[in-house]
Design a binder for this molecule. Structure first.
Ligand SMILES: CC(C)(COP(=O)(O)OP(=O)(O)OC[C@H]1O[C@@H](n2cnc3c(N)ncnc32)[C@H](O)[C@@H]1OP(=O)(O)O)[C@@H](O)C(=O)NCCC(=O)NCCS
Length: 148
């Protein structure tokens, strides 16, 4: 089996189709609107298996998107890329990394905490799936406590 390469990449918009096919609510112009600052990928022989993107919005650093191709799930890639995003945010001097989570259980498992804040869910509230088939939560990683 060929090795998996984990690397940072700057062409954030290139991951839109992976994020969309994983069911994430994403517009074509998100990269122009959301100020992406960091993306990290997992590739095998060049093929994209997983990606995560951190943005800066509402004066916060946000783990905006994370997706793993269905055939690559369950092997720790989601956790690994989340850890890289946490390390990036900590290295940039942040004390928190925020996430609007479609799968809050995944992030809770990695140490994120519930918050009463909901600024990141503003877009969700305009979506027809909100609280019908999608029950997102806004969570926060406190970076000093989470060396994932
Ligand atoms: C959610 C997702 C990123 C998880 O990626 P993955 O590579 O399969 O996850 P990992 O193998 O790294 O799992 C890490 C841990 O989280 C757990 N986990 C995985 N998905 C979970 C979920 N949906 N809810 C709760 N726990 C979950 C795993 O069991 C594992 O636990 P362990 O450390 O005790 O073994 C992946 O399923 C995905 O791309 N889903 C579609 C897009 C999506 O929902 N993105 C997240 C947006 S909020």
């Amino acid at each position: 089996m060929a090795e998996i390469t984990i690397q940072t990449e700057n062409g954030h918009a290139a991951f839109t189709s992976l994020y969309r096919s994983a069911g994430l609510d994403i517009t074509d112009d998100w990269a122009a609107l959301y100020h992406p600052v960091f993306s990290v990928t997992a590739r095998r022989e060049g093929a994209l298996l997983a990606a995560a993107t951190v943005t800066r919005r509402f004066d916060r650093m946000v783990l905006e998107y994370l997706a793993v191709e269905p055939e690559a799930r369950g092997h720790g890639l989601g956790k690994l890329l989340t850890g890289r995003c946490l390390a990036y945010a900590a290295g940039a001097g942040e004390t928190s990394l925020w996430v609007a989570a479609r799968e809050p259980g995944f992030y809770r498992r990695l140490g994120a905490e519930e918050t009463e804040d909901s600024a990141l869910l503003a877009d969700c509230r305009r979506c027809g799936d909100y609280q019908v088939s999608c029950h997102p939560r806004e969570l926060v990683f406190h970076l000093k406590e989470n060396p994932v």
